[in-house]
Write a protein that binds this ligand. Structure first.
Ligand code: E4P
Length: 214
Protein backbone atom coordinates (compact mmCIF):
# COMPACT_ATOMS: atom_id res chain seq x y z
CA UNK A 1 0.00 0.00 0.00
CA UNK A 2 1.34 3.44 -0.94
CA UNK A 3 1.21 5.87 1.98
CA UNK A 4 1.13 9.57 1.17
CA UNK A 5 1.32 12.51 3.55
CA UNK A 6 -1.57 14.99 3.25
CA UNK A 7 0.47 18.08 4.08
CA UNK A 8 2.40 21.08 2.77
CA UNK A 9 4.26 21.60 6.05
CA UNK A 10 7.98 21.31 5.23
CA UNK A 11 8.91 20.40 8.81
CA UNK A 12 6.40 17.53 8.85
CA UNK A 13 7.49 16.39 5.39
CA UNK A 14 11.18 16.34 6.44
CA UNK A 15 10.33 14.55 9.71
CA UNK A 16 8.29 11.81 8.02
CA UNK A 17 9.96 11.53 4.58
CA UNK A 18 11.40 8.05 5.25
CA UNK A 19 7.91 6.63 5.80
CA UNK A 20 6.01 8.10 2.87
CA UNK A 21 5.68 7.37 -0.84
CA UNK A 22 4.40 10.78 -1.89
CA UNK A 23 2.47 13.91 -0.94
CA UNK A 24 -1.04 15.18 -1.50
CA UNK A 25 -1.93 18.85 -1.22
CA UNK A 26 -5.10 20.83 -1.72
CA UNK A 27 -5.93 24.56 -2.07
CA UNK A 28 -7.08 24.80 1.57
CA UNK A 29 -3.82 23.32 2.91
CA UNK A 30 -1.73 25.70 0.76
CA UNK A 31 -3.83 28.76 1.67
CA UNK A 32 -3.69 27.92 5.40
CA UNK A 33 0.10 27.48 5.21
CA UNK A 34 0.40 31.15 4.19
CA UNK A 35 2.25 30.23 0.94
CA UNK A 36 -0.62 30.87 -1.49
CA UNK A 37 1.21 33.69 -3.31
CA UNK A 38 4.40 31.66 -3.77
CA UNK A 39 2.89 28.19 -3.89
CA UNK A 40 5.00 27.16 -6.90
CA UNK A 41 8.18 27.67 -4.83
CA UNK A 42 6.67 25.63 -2.01
CA UNK A 43 5.66 22.82 -4.39
CA UNK A 44 9.11 22.86 -5.97
CA UNK A 45 10.74 22.50 -2.54
CA UNK A 46 8.38 19.63 -1.64
CA UNK A 47 9.29 17.89 -4.91
CA UNK A 48 13.00 18.24 -4.12
CA UNK A 49 12.46 16.38 -0.82
CA UNK A 50 9.95 13.73 -1.96
CA UNK A 51 10.67 11.82 -5.15
CA UNK A 52 7.31 10.02 -5.33
CA UNK A 53 4.05 11.51 -6.66
CA UNK A 54 3.20 15.02 -5.41
CA UNK A 55 -0.44 15.90 -6.12
CA UNK A 56 -1.19 19.60 -6.66
CA UNK A 57 -4.69 20.80 -7.40
CA UNK A 58 -5.87 23.21 -10.09
CA UNK A 59 -8.24 26.02 -9.15
CA UNK A 60 -9.53 26.84 -12.66
CA UNK A 61 -13.18 26.16 -13.61
CA UNK A 62 -13.24 25.35 -17.34
CA UNK A 63 -11.45 22.38 -18.88
CA UNK A 64 -9.47 24.73 -21.13
CA UNK A 65 -8.12 26.61 -18.10
CA UNK A 66 -7.67 23.42 -16.04
CA UNK A 67 -5.50 21.92 -18.80
CA UNK A 68 -3.44 25.15 -19.03
CA UNK A 69 -2.98 25.18 -15.25
CA UNK A 70 -2.16 21.46 -15.23
CA UNK A 71 0.53 21.94 -17.90
CA UNK A 72 2.02 24.78 -15.84
CA UNK A 73 2.01 22.69 -12.66
CA UNK A 74 3.59 19.72 -14.44
CA UNK A 75 6.55 21.94 -15.42
CA UNK A 76 7.46 22.44 -11.73
CA UNK A 77 8.84 18.90 -11.39
CA UNK A 78 8.64 15.52 -13.10
CA UNK A 79 6.82 13.91 -10.14
CA UNK A 80 3.85 16.30 -10.15
CA UNK A 81 0.42 14.69 -10.40
CA UNK A 82 -2.27 17.18 -11.41
CA UNK A 83 -5.22 17.10 -9.04
CA UNK A 84 -8.56 17.77 -10.68
CA UNK A 85 -12.06 17.95 -9.18
CA UNK A 86 -14.53 15.20 -10.05
CA UNK A 87 -16.68 17.40 -12.27
CA UNK A 88 -17.62 17.31 -15.94
CA UNK A 89 -14.77 19.75 -16.64
CA UNK A 90 -12.33 17.89 -14.42
CA UNK A 91 -12.95 14.59 -16.21
CA UNK A 92 -12.44 16.17 -19.64
CA UNK A 93 -9.19 17.76 -18.42
CA UNK A 94 -8.00 14.42 -17.03
CA UNK A 95 -8.53 12.72 -20.39
CA UNK A 96 -6.79 15.52 -22.29
CA UNK A 97 -3.81 15.77 -19.93
CA UNK A 98 -3.25 12.02 -20.12
CA UNK A 99 -3.93 11.28 -23.79
CA UNK A 100 -2.37 14.43 -25.26
CA UNK A 101 0.47 15.14 -22.80
CA UNK A 102 0.97 11.93 -20.74
CA UNK A 103 0.49 13.98 -17.56
CA UNK A 104 -1.04 11.88 -14.75
CA UNK A 105 -4.10 13.10 -12.83
CA UNK A 106 -5.48 12.54 -9.36
CA UNK A 107 -9.26 13.02 -9.49
CA UNK A 108 -10.36 14.40 -6.16
CA UNK A 109 -13.59 15.05 -4.23
CA UNK A 110 -15.04 11.64 -5.14
CA UNK A 111 -18.13 10.70 -3.12
CA UNK A 112 -19.83 7.93 -5.15
CA UNK A 113 -18.96 4.72 -7.05
CA UNK A 114 -20.46 6.18 -10.24
CA UNK A 115 -18.07 9.12 -10.07
CA UNK A 116 -15.16 6.71 -9.56
CA UNK A 117 -16.21 4.70 -12.62
CA UNK A 118 -16.05 7.81 -14.81
CA UNK A 119 -12.68 8.84 -13.35
CA UNK A 120 -11.24 5.46 -14.33
CA UNK A 121 -12.72 5.71 -17.82
CA UNK A 122 -11.15 9.19 -18.14
CA UNK A 123 -7.73 7.60 -17.51
CA UNK A 124 -7.09 8.98 -14.01
CA UNK A 125 -3.89 7.76 -12.38
CA UNK A 126 -5.53 8.10 -8.92
CA UNK A 127 -9.09 8.45 -7.67
CA UNK A 128 -9.43 10.16 -4.27
CA UNK A 129 -12.61 9.12 -2.42
CA UNK A 130 -13.12 11.21 0.75
CA UNK A 131 -14.06 8.78 3.54
CA UNK A 132 -14.03 11.24 6.48
CA UNK A 133 -16.33 13.77 4.85
CA UNK A 134 -18.83 10.96 4.09
CA UNK A 135 -18.61 9.74 7.70
CA UNK A 136 -19.26 13.37 8.74
CA UNK A 137 -22.68 13.20 7.06
CA UNK A 138 -23.47 9.78 8.59
CA UNK A 139 -22.62 7.75 5.48
CA UNK A 140 -20.16 4.86 5.78
CA UNK A 141 -17.13 6.26 3.91
CA UNK A 142 -15.31 2.94 3.90
CA UNK A 143 -18.21 1.23 2.09
CA UNK A 144 -17.41 3.57 -0.83
CA UNK A 145 -13.82 2.25 -0.82
CA UNK A 146 -15.09 -1.32 -0.91
CA UNK A 147 -17.41 -0.55 -3.85
CA UNK A 148 -14.71 1.22 -5.86
CA UNK A 149 -12.11 -1.53 -5.24
CA UNK A 150 -14.64 -4.14 -6.44
CA UNK A 151 -15.62 -2.17 -9.55
CA UNK A 152 -12.01 -1.42 -10.53
CA UNK A 153 -11.02 -5.03 -10.00
CA UNK A 154 -14.01 -6.31 -12.05
CA UNK A 155 -12.87 -4.34 -15.08
CA UNK A 156 -9.13 -4.36 -14.43
CA UNK A 157 -8.96 -0.55 -14.37
CA UNK A 158 -5.44 0.74 -13.79
CA UNK A 159 -6.62 3.77 -11.75
CA UNK A 160 -5.34 3.54 -8.15
CA UNK A 161 -7.75 4.00 -5.26
CA UNK A 162 -6.16 6.71 -3.06
CA UNK A 163 -8.18 6.88 0.15
CA UNK A 164 -8.47 10.51 1.31
CA UNK A 165 -10.01 12.57 4.10
CA UNK A 166 -8.66 10.07 6.61
CA UNK A 167 -9.58 10.74 10.24
CA UNK A 168 -8.16 7.79 12.21
CA UNK A 169 -5.64 4.91 12.17
CA UNK A 170 -8.67 2.59 11.93
CA UNK A 171 -9.53 4.14 8.54
CA UNK A 172 -6.02 3.19 7.35
CA UNK A 173 -6.19 -0.39 8.58
CA UNK A 174 -9.65 -0.97 7.12
CA UNK A 175 -8.62 0.59 3.78
CA UNK A 176 -5.60 -1.75 3.69
CA UNK A 177 -7.84 -4.72 4.52
CA UNK A 178 -10.09 -3.76 1.59
CA UNK A 179 -7.05 -3.66 -0.72
CA UNK A 180 -6.98 0.08 -1.50
CA UNK A 181 -3.80 0.80 -3.47
CA UNK A 182 -2.92 4.06 -1.71
CA UNK A 183 -3.95 6.30 1.17
CA UNK A 184 -3.14 9.85 2.19
CA UNK A 185 -2.95 10.72 5.86
CA UNK A 186 -2.26 13.78 8.02
CA UNK A 187 1.01 13.69 10.02
CA UNK A 188 -0.83 13.09 13.30
CA UNK A 189 -2.32 9.82 12.02
CA UNK A 190 0.98 8.64 10.55
CA UNK A 191 2.61 9.14 13.96
CA UNK A 192 -0.30 7.32 15.65
CA UNK A 193 0.19 4.36 13.28
CA UNK A 194 3.89 4.07 14.08
CA UNK A 195 3.80 4.66 17.82
CA UNK A 196 2.23 2.45 20.49
CA UNK A 197 2.18 3.05 24.26
CA UNK A 198 2.98 -0.62 24.93
CA UNK A 199 6.07 -0.34 22.71
CA UNK A 200 7.27 2.66 24.76
CA UNK A 201 6.45 0.87 28.01
CA UNK A 202 8.19 -2.35 26.90
CA UNK A 203 11.27 -0.45 25.77
CA UNK A 204 11.48 1.40 29.09
CA UNK A 205 11.37 -1.94 30.94
CA UNK A 206 14.08 -3.49 28.72
CA UNK A 207 16.32 -0.43 29.18
CA UNK A 208 15.81 -0.45 32.93
CA UNK A 209 16.50 -4.22 33.19
CA UNK A 210 19.61 -3.83 31.03
CA UNK A 211 20.82 -1.04 33.26
CA UNK A 212 20.75 1.61 30.54
CA UNK A 213 18.31 3.76 32.51
CA UNK A 214 17.16 3.89 36.10
C1 E4P B 1 -6.92 14.64 -0.17
O1 E4P B 1 -6.31 14.68 -1.19
C2 E4P B 1 -7.37 15.82 0.59
O2 E4P B 1 -6.34 16.77 0.58
C3 E4P B 1 -7.66 15.52 2.03
O3 E4P B 1 -7.52 14.16 2.34
C4 E4P B 1 -8.93 16.13 2.51
O4 E4P B 1 -9.13 15.80 3.86
P1 E4P B 1 -10.14 16.59 4.82
O5 E4P B 1 -11.52 16.09 4.54
O6 E4P B 1 -9.70 16.22 6.20
O7 E4P B 1 -10.00 18.05 4.51
Amino acid sequence: MEIFLDSVDLNEIKELKEFIDGITTNPSLIAKSGHKDKYEDLVSEICSIIKGPVSVEVVADSHEDMVKEGLKLAKIASNIVVKLPLTHEGLISCKKLWTEHKIPANITLCFSPGQALFAAKAGACFISPFVGRLDDISYDGLSLIEDICTIYSNYNFKTKVLVASVRSPAHVIEAARLGAHSITVPAKILRQLINHPLTDQGLAIFEKDWGVKQ
